[in-house]
Write a protein that binds this ligand. Structure first.
Ligand SMILES: NC(=O)c1ccc[n+]([C@@H]2O[C@H](COP(=O)([O-])OP(=O)(O)OC[C@H]3O[C@@H](n4cnc5c(N)ncnc54)[C@H](O)[C@@H]3O)[C@@H](O)[C@H]2O)c1
Length: 449
């Protein structure tokens, strides 16, 4: 446990998904008394039975330890959980609506439930901390909603979350920065104390207005998405010019102003954040009459990039994809998570099924989630190699480390025809070997000359 000597705070976390469960667990680990609330009985039952409903490295052990220490509990019962809390973190979904706007119904429900409890406790001074990613102006609207419901004594702070799935515990414990948007200095001080164990001179605690904090989250995600769409388009041009995007990345990455991160080309970005946050930012701009042409281009470029693998497959087979069997390695939107929201693999599966191809898939963690979507429309293999049996090609979509160095002799034995579509350039270092073994190898932005 970290942070002995730091004041213990009663914390309620509303929403026990990727963000809420990590937040609650990590806050308990520094000694706080944390109750996590969810509306999904299955999730709460699992957590109370010692199971973790999501896959996130290191999380299961931490949940177990903090439950055993009596600092972390899970409940469906909202009112008792929040009544005694000094801090109430909101970590519920803010999904994209068909209009591109951000769906606020989950957040509003929590705000109304909070008001339902605290209108009877006028002397309580809880702080509602918005951790869900919400459009700029939400903090103000939530404060107004609480005031209208007789709860002006509930403060509202914004505390956007920057964790990366697959490294979420580490990111929470050692954040690049903690951003807090507040309107009163007491909220800032209480949050500063709470986050003190995780912050240091090079991991700063940064206080700003709620509007700036809300904007910071969108600006960060839109910028990272921009880097990805940028390098994807450069990769496409590399293919057309005969350049190798890996060398180009190296060439630009040495420039300290550019750096190397988020410059790996691939089959497009997915996940629960980048696609919806870029669209959410565009929607905010439209509402306020501010053009966000870069964000619009980033979004459009990504939609095209997610079709890249199918386009390559289609071209390779001369349009004759019907009846072909494609093995897919990697279904999660990125490695080390079971999250498949907006995953490029789903775009590929949809396109293959629409073209009457068959799919044999494997993922180390995401198969259960994919089964819920596709049921028996595709085949699920027990191992990466089993997915190849009798397949006409392998498409690698997610760069799980376990896919990095397969026995290519065995791959050759199992595939019906020797074709690899590598949507992450994972096998680029073995490209010569692949060619010597007789494979036709398609990377992204290279390797097709
Ligand atoms: N997943 C990420 O990597 C990430 C990173 C940063 C920010 N965010 C943002 O954090 C928020 C949550 O994302 P997530 O990925 O953790 O979502 P999630 O879908 O994994 O989890 C949300 C949980 O909230 C629960 N819930 C919904 N309404 C509720 C209510 N009224 N009371 C209690 N529980 C309720 C759901 O049952 C679910 O378990 C979103 O706004 C997202 O944009 C996510």
């Amino acid at each position: 446990m970290l942070g002995q000597g730091v004041r213990i705070v009663n914390v309620a976390v509303i929403g026990t998904g990727y963000v809420g469960l990590v937040t609650g667990t990590c806050l308990a680990h520094t000694g706080n008394q944390v109750v996590c609330v969810d509306i999904n009985p299955e999730i709460v039952a699992k957590l109370n039975a010692g199971e973790i409903p999501i896959f996130e490295p290191g999380l299961a052990e931490l949940v177990r330890a903090n439950r055993a220490a009596g600092r972390l509990s899970f409940t469906l019962d909202f009112a008792p959980a929040v009544e005694t809390a000094r801090l109430i973190f909101v970590a519920v979904p803010t999904p994209e609506l068909p209009s591109g706007h951000v769906g606020m119904h989950y957040v509003n429900k929590v705000v109304d439930d909070v008001a339902g409890v605290f209108r009877h406790h006028p002397l309580s001074r809880p702080i509602l901390v918005l951790k869900s990613t919400v459009p700029p102006g939400t903090n103000r609207r939530v404060a107004d909603r609480l005031t209208a419901a007789g709860c002006a004594h509930v403060a509202v702070a914004s505390n956007p979350e920057f964790l990366k799935e697959g490294a979420a515990v580490d990111d929470f414990m050692k954040p690049d920065r903690v951003i807090v948007g507040v309107r009163d200095s007491l909220s800032a001080e209480i949050l500063r104390e709470l986050y003190e164990p995780y912050c240091s001179s090079d991991r700063p605690f940064v206080v700003m207005s709620p509007e700036s904090a809300e904007m910071t989250k969108y600006a960060a995600n839109a910028f990272l998405a921009t880097k990805i769409s940028f390098i994807n388009e450069i990769a496409n041009l590399c293919e057309a010019t005969g350049a190798d995007v890996n060398r180009v990345r190296e060439g630009i990455g040495y420039d300290a102003r550019i750096g190397t991160q988020f410059l790996a080309p691939g089959a497009g970005y997915g996940g629960s954040c980048f696609p919806k946050d870029v669209k959410g930012l565009i929607a905010v701009g439209r509402r306020l009459g501010v053009a966000l042409r870069v964000a619009e281009a980033v979004d459009a470029a990504n939609d095209v990039q997610k079709e890249l693998l199918f386009t390559k497959i289609y071209r390779h087979f001369g349009g004759e994809v019907a009846g072909k069997t494609i093995a897919i390695w990697g279904l999660a939107f990125k490695p080390k998570t079971d999250d498949i929201r907006e995953a490029p693999a789903l775009t590929l599966i949809d396109a293959l099924l629409a073209a009457n191809a068959r799919v044999q898939a494997f993922d180390p963690q995401a198969m259960t989630n994919v089964k819920k979507l596709y049921s028996d429309a595709i085949t699920y293999a027990d191992s990466p190699l089993a997915a190849l049996d009798g397949a006409d090609a392998l498409a690698l979509v997610t760069e799980w480390p376990e896919f990095r160095s397969p026995d290519f002799h065995e791959v050759r034995r199992r595939l019906r025809s020797l074709v690899i579509f590598d949507g992450r350039n994972l096998f680029a270092p073995q490209e010569t070997t692949l060619r010597e073994l007789g494979f036709r190898y398609y990377g992204v932005g290279r390797g097709e000359r």
